[in-house]
Design a protein around this ligand. Structure first.
Ligand code: ATP
Length: 272
């Protein structure tokens, strides 16, 4: 279904993505890990054509999506929805309208300016919000929601596009552990229940191990690991992160360290 063939992206002297190739059959949950600057975002941005590739092909169902232009490129963009670390919602706009903006590609500008959405679209948006457990937030301004709720709104907006693939660029990097889990559970449900492929850049190993069917490790733009979570040993992680013997997995963990949890328990309720 997806075949990445010798894809590179060069910025001046810097090769951000260096001749990467891999193939994914079926709607898997793929995690991409690697330290800052490894090329993770650049790869996702090439997938949905926000950044052009210097060379290579990305075949989706046999068609090279890097070769598409104009309307065909825009059609592809609506088939691979992107979710960002900072949610990228319109903060002062209500939640339902934010979700409806997922239909932007397929609706006229006038419809959007006057907020005149077809009834079927409005019902679809409310259905999706309901599915993600945030239907009651629909009339509120996006900025009034917690980070975890805002990310679920962003996922709902992505689902309005009915995408084949969901690309998530560090979707939980701004969230506390509890909200991070809710958002990752939501992405996993969409992957397994809807059969949509998810490719997520993740900054923590425990999340990659827990949610992904397959993990790709990038280092300096190259694939240095490609396997199932069970193969992602501490040694493999050292290779990906380029760390020495002092490499400590906790540094890449989203869960609360035990001393912090104990500390929370002894605080009086008002102070928490
Ligand atoms: N528009 C650009 N112009 C020049 N260099 C860029 C540009 N975008 C990315 N780079 C460089 O390409 C390399 C890979 O960046 P990229 O953002 O893809 O890494 P990343 O793994 O996503 O890191 P992070 O987790 O910090 O976002 C970095 O050295 C970065 O400085």
């Amino acid at each position: 279904m997806l075949e990445v063939r010798n894809v590179s992206r060069v910025f001046g002297q810097r090769t951000a993505v260096d001749n990467i190739s891999f193939r994914v059959d079926g709607a898997q949950f793929i995690g991409i890990i690697g330290r800052s600057g490894a090329g993770k975002s650049t790869f996702l941005r090439m997938m949905n054509r926000l950044t052009t590739a210097t060379s290579g092909q990305i075949l989706v169902d046999g068609k090279d999506i890097l070769a598409l232009n104009g309307a065909a490129a825009r059609a592809w963009q609506s088939q691979c929805a992107m979710i960002f670390q900072q949610f990228n919602l319109v903060p002062r706009m209500d939640v339902a309208s934010n979700v409806l903006h997922g239909k932007l590609n397929s609706r006229s500008t006038l419809t959007t300016i006057f907020n005149m959405w077809p009834r079927a679209d409005i019902l679809q948006a409310l259905d999706i919000l309901d599915r993600l457990g945030i239907a009651e937030q629909a009339p509120k301004r996006a900025e009034a929601l917690s980070g975890g709720q805002q990310q679920r709104v962003a996922i709902a907006r992505a689902l309005m596009q009915d995408p084949k693939i969901i690309l998530a660029d560090e979707p939980i990097a701004s969230l506390d552990p509890m909200n991070a889990q809710i958002v990752m559970d939501t992405l996993k449900r969409i992957n397994t229940e809807d059969g949509r492929m998810v490719i997520a850049n993740l900054h923590t190993l425990d999340t990659a191990r827990r949610y992904c069917d397959r993990v790709i490790g990038l280092r300096d733009g190259r694939i240095v690991f490609d396997g199932v979570p069970a193969d992602l040993t501490t040694d493999a992680a050292r290779e990906i992160y380029g760390a020495d013997e002092s490499f400590n997995e906790d540094a890449t963990s989203t869960s609360l360290p035990a001393d912090k949890v104990a500390h929370l328990h002894v605080l009086p309720m008002a102070a928490q």
